[in-house]
Design a protein around this ligand. Sequence first.
Ligand code: NAD
Length: 432
Amino acid sequence: MKGTAEVAVVGMGYVGIPLACLLARAGHQVMGIDIDDKRVEAINARKLPLLGKEPDLPELLAEQLSEGKLRASVDFAFCKQVEAIFICVDTPIGEDKIPRFDHLLAAVMQVGKNLSEGSLVVIESTIAPGTMRSRIIPILEKTSGLKAGETLFVAHCPERVMSGKLLYNLQNMDRIVGGLDDRSTEIAMGWYRKIVKGKLHPTDMTTAETVKTTENAYRDVQIAFANEVGTICEVLGLDAFEVRELVNTCPGRSMLFPGAGVGGHCLPKDSWLLAFGGKEANPRLIPLARQVNDSMPEHVAELARKLIADAGLEEERLCIAIMGLSYLEDSGDIRNAPAKTVIDSLSGEHDIIAHDPYVSSLEGVEITVDIDDILGRADCAIFMTKHQEYLSLDIVEIAKKMRHALIVDGRNIFDRKTAREAGIHYTGVGKG
Ligand SMILES: NC(=O)c1ccc[n+]([C@@H]2O[C@H](COP(=O)([O-])OP(=O)(O)OC[C@H]3O[C@@H](n4cnc5c(N)ncnc54)[C@H](O)[C@@H]3O)[C@@H](O)[C@H]2O)c1
């Protein structure tokens, strides 16, 4: 690497890699730091260690590495040489729905031990409201011996990217920049101005933490509402998607789609981060919405069982095709993917095979990219992801290829009337 690193990005995952690449392209010497030596090796070998398609990112990574603007390392000592450190480490929740910030706090501790006076530390990871004040700043001050707001500048700038659109989102979305004080906010904004075309919104740290967790909790609650309407429509014999469309003709209504479940790294946990930060208010709606969304994959498995029973096949061990494994359309990201829960639920009773254009491996499941092959072997197909490839499928033609024409539509891919008029055993989320 030429010269001295000016910026360090700690945590080289979905968030850290595109950030490091854009900072390098903006003209800085960037050191990407990660504890995973295999990931560091892959990055230095110009391989993008992320699942799914990420437009332009593999090329940008290779370009910045070959120009010597970016490098990856496991050594936190590089933090001593830099002006700014962006921490983008994963922040999961435990089985008990309590935040597990061990990775983040370990990274903060290592950064703190290697800080120089006058540096800026930005936390990009999503955190529960209050974490900057109660956990991050005390650790930074203790391990560095510096004083936040005097000899050290600190900000929280939560990330908003989505898998499949990492570079686009990072450059084009507005960002919330919450500094410890005005000076910290100003310095952090200066860095983001170099890479973000969206608007920058200055605020304080706790507001920034609360905005990020609230925007995801808001979406989660809205999805849970749609899911509940979906299950109500099922028992009423209605199509929830028609109901939704007509509801949205009323001004001020913007109902979302019901579906087979919520996955990914962020939505299933950020509601819990918000609820944890505000636990003294005894939040009830947000945890309940989480439970509704968490129950959807098992609901899909139940829809399949009922369809099989209605077709008189409940005594048989069938071949079930899971169509789509990733949690998001046209992505290979299977973190918290609802399809995994459906597979776990049904695999004791039936044989499971799967199709996904972007996911090549999932323990214990045979995966193919050949739609004709999988449908030809299947008795029942469960559509779990709205991949582009499925949208052009003709349900009547699909049914002809299958051993038994049993179709569970978890993502409103097919028309209920067409399916039923063709004599297909068809059900789905919101398809009464
Ligand atoms: N993935 C998204 O789409 C997205 C969107 C918005 C916000 N976020 C938030 O950004 C944060 C990072 O998410 P991600 O998806 O990039 O996670 P990730 O799992 O893809 O990457 C995290 C990286 O941090 C590394 N790491 C773990 N502990 C470390 C340590 N002590 N020191 C150095 N590196 C360490 C891991 O090895 C990994 O490479 C999370 O808080 C997440 O909620 C993610």
